[in-house]
Write a protein that binds this ligand. Structure first.
Ligand code: COA
Length: 702
């Protein structure tokens, strides 16, 4: 038995078993590629070895290249070690389990056969990191499964489950999880008898007629130029699949290398790598080391079957967790459950789930009209109307009925957690679980810590979020928490720019050009203008100096609440979601400007973008200053997953660093002078601008 760093090699019954052992996920860190090559060389020179198995220890086969190594030197590339596998004179069988991603799958594709455990997930997710596979993956996969399937898998970067991977031809055999190693060794012994060895370096096994091929690439190019218009990687990936259908294997691999090098250090790739690690960092909760792992939430109840409550219930059902929906009247409950059924029916119609899946999910959801019916649930999420007294009433009732130790959560998007915690005798179990609409789709769950919340409550709520497939990030309790609080100034400035003469369609155009999938006004029309109306009323009542936003208030008072009323910032034709600019909005703007004597002017695109985003950067700094977020990168995670901030810009704070804090501070100071106290520069922004540090690394003062 020999050992080269994180790769182990042993000969078993004439099979050389090469085991990757590089925790936590078997990434291709230093020494792994070299270890694989060394083991192959040993085995090929050893007459006792007839074939090989390449397998991983722990939870995964291999999670791909070590993302931390990008941008730096790699002594041996995946291309080289994969080529060594493909060139082995004795057959190599990949034994896959858990994740086999990126360079991991590329190594497996270079093997002569692939056996997998049922729990396997394979994929080439490089595009989501702003790069393309460069270990021969695009060339081998296209040859193995044909250009159509390869294009979809590579451009989406998605994880493919075992049965689909078998159907596509990525896998040769699926075995039960526990049998993987033994089955792979047996497979390798059988493979030792077969010559010639199969090769994925020759012709495409499932070619398409030339005209179909041309149409496939043309349609994909068109769709990507629209959908991924800010990104280079998806179009480069497409070019590589195309190359696999028209070039020799070696030329295709050379092109892979060239395009990879072009992408590796782009701003896009750097921002996407940052976003990857920021998401993982957000899962880390200070103060939990040494504590027991949190118990999973196995059953949940949602109080309030409205749009938000229904969406949250669907998120539980989608993850296979039993969920009860509580509404006070049978009628309201029926309405809520019908909305859920209708939403699932749309998904079935679109083909994103099957009828059987819909039935299975609906079976997880039960409606109740009595608090007594939910007391045994592990967690309860209050999702009633955003009014303080109502929430307090609900929490007092929950305190009476919920079993000891249950999580008492609120989906409030702004109201201080302590207000609700005080209505109970167990404030330590009360926290926020703030989902974003639509809750079954949007990935962010902002977990909010009140002043009395136990850290175990936070840890368990974060686990719940993760089990729901959400990305959790922790905020401290304050008005709006961290996500909405940091976004509110952006929305406020946009409303004030309207007063000064900007138009919703102009601002939307600029934000879409920046990279948002939709403009903020179009989004507001979808979510409803009335949602923030109550919050503004509450703030105005609490703060005599509160700067009222006359235009959105007036729109709501006119009944223009967005798509649901056929008009909001835009006008909508019956049954159509296409926004049309509306002169009524211009009239409202003119009226308000007239009434309050606000001069009208034109705005440059830069001014609009900066005024919107700098306001939020300044507020995010205040949030950190007050210790209402653990780290700046958590705020970035919130913007990426809660608000659709363009991922290739990393997040609000990462983007701010790309602009430069001194420039931002100088502008904030100017606007402070011009517009007054809401633009007061945050002390943290001043400190970082003076020290030359980076906002993205900012943490609260100790
Ligand atoms: N390189 C470096 N570190 C990696 C890594 C990689 N390819 N993949 C995962 N890690 C690290 C994570 O940063 C995390 O580290 P931490 O505990 O210090 O925060 C740890 O491994 C566990 O990862 P996590 O994502 O929390 O585990 P998971 O079980 O939820 O998911 C994966 C596992 C493999 C699905 C996920 O980590 C992933 O998608 N990795 C990237 C895969 C990829 O893109 N590969 C192609 C690279 S070109």
């Amino acid at each position: 038995m020999s050992e080269v760093q994180s790769v182990k090699y042993a000969v078993e019954d004439g099979v050389g078993v090469i085991t990757i052992d590089n925790p936590p996920v078997n990434a291709l860190g230093p020494g792994v590629r070299e270890g694989i090559m060394q083991a192959l060389a040993n085995g090929n020179a050893d007459p006792a070895v007839r074939s090989f198995v390449l397998i991983g220890t722990g939870r995964n086969f291999m999670a791909g290249a070590d993302i931390r190594q990008f941008g730096g030197a790699r002594p041996v590339s995946t291309r080289t070690s994969a080529a060594a596998i493909a060139a082995s004179a004795k057959p190599v069988v990949a034994a896959l389990h858990g994740y086999a991603l990126g360079g991991g799958l590329e190594h497996a594709l270079a093997c002569h056969y692939r056996v997998a455990a049922r729990n396997v997930r394979v994929g080439l997710p490089e595009v989501s990191l702003g790069i393309v596979p460069a270990g021969g993956g695009t060339q081998r996969l296209t040859r193995l499964i044909g250009p159509k399937a390869a294009l979809e898998v590579i451009v989406s970067g998605r994880h493919v489950e075992a049965s689909e991977a078998l159907r596509l031809g990525i896998l040769d055999e699926i075995v039960e999880d526990a049998d993987l190693r033994a089955a792979a060794v047996q497979y390798a012994l059988r493979a030792a008898e077969v010559r010639p060895l199969p090769s994925a370096q020759g012709d495409v096994l499932k070619p398409l007629p030339a005209d179909e091929l041309a149409a496939l690439f043309e349609a994909a190019r068109k769709s990507l130029s629209r959908k991924s218009r800010h990104l280079k990687a998806p179009l480069h990936a497409l070019a590589l699949v195309e190359a696999a259908t028209s070039m020799s294997f070696d030329d295709g691999v050379a092109l892979e290398q060239k395009l990879f090098e072009e992408l590796e250090n782009t701003d896009e790739a750097k921002a996407l790598r940052y976003a990857f690690f920021a998401e993982r960092e957000a899962a880390k909760i200070p103060g939990t080391s040494g504590l027991a792992q949190p118990e999973p939430v196995r059953s949940a109840a949602i109080v309030g079957g409205g749009t938000m409550g229904g969406g949250i219930a669907m998120a539980f059902a989608d993850s296979g967790i039993e969920v009860k929906v509580l509404d006070m009247s049978q009628e309201a409950l029926e309405r809520g459950l019908k909305r859920i059924r209708d939403n699932y029916a749309v998904s079935v119609k679109r083909g994103s789930i099957t009828q059987a899946q819909m039935d299975e999910r609906l079976a997880k959801i039960r409606g109740v009209t009595d608090y007594a019916g939910i007391g045994d649930c592990d967690a309860v999420i209050e999702a009633v109307f955003e009014r303080v007294e109502l929430k307090q009433e609900v929490f007092a009732k929950l305190d009476e009925v919920m079993k000891p130790g249950a999580l008492l959560l609120t989906n409030s998007s702004a109201i201080d957690i302590d207000v609700m915690a005080k209505a109970t005798r167990r404030p330590e179990d009360v926290a926020g679980a703030h989902f974003f609409a639509p809750a079954n789709v949007m990935k962010l769950c902002e977990v909010v810590r009140g002043s009395a919340t136990r850290i175990q409550t936070i840890a368990r709520t974060m686990k719940m979020a993760r089990d729901l497939g959400k990305v959790g990030a922790v905020a401290g309790s304050c008005d709006g928490f961290a996500a909405n609080r940091s976004r509110t100034p952006m929305m406020t400035e946009m409303m004030l720019m309207l007063e000064e003469g900007a138009l919703p369609e102009q601002i939307d155009r600029i934000m879409v050009a920046f990279g948002y999938p939709m403009g903020p006004f179009a989004v507001n029309d979808m979510s409803g203008l009335d949602v923030s109306y109550e919050g503004r009323k509450r703030r105005a009542a609490a703060d005599p100096e509160y700067r009222k936003l006359h235009i959105p208030d007036r729109m709501v008072e006119m009944g223009r609440r967005g798509q649901k009323t056929g008009a909001g910032w835009y006008r909508y034709a019956e049954g159509d979601r296409t926004p049309h600019p509306d002169d009524v909005v211009k009239q409202v703007i003119a009226e308000v400007a007239n009434e309050f004597g606000i001069a009208q002017r034109t705005f440059s695109d830069d001014e609009i973008l900066q005024r919107a985003l700098f306001a939020s950067v300044n507020e995010a700094c205040r949030i950190l200053e007050e210790g209402k977020a653990y780290r700046a990168s958590d705020i970035d995670v919130m913007w990426l997953y809660g608000f659709g901030f363009p991922r290739h810009r990393g997040g609000l704070m990462y983007w701010a660093d790309s602009v430069g804090t001194p420039a931002i501070l100088a502008q904030v100071r100017q606007w402070h002078e011009r517009y007054g106290k809401r633009w007061k520069p945050s002390a943290l922004l001043e400190r970082i601008a003076a020290s030359g540090g980076r906002l993205r690394d900012a943490v609260p003062p100790q």
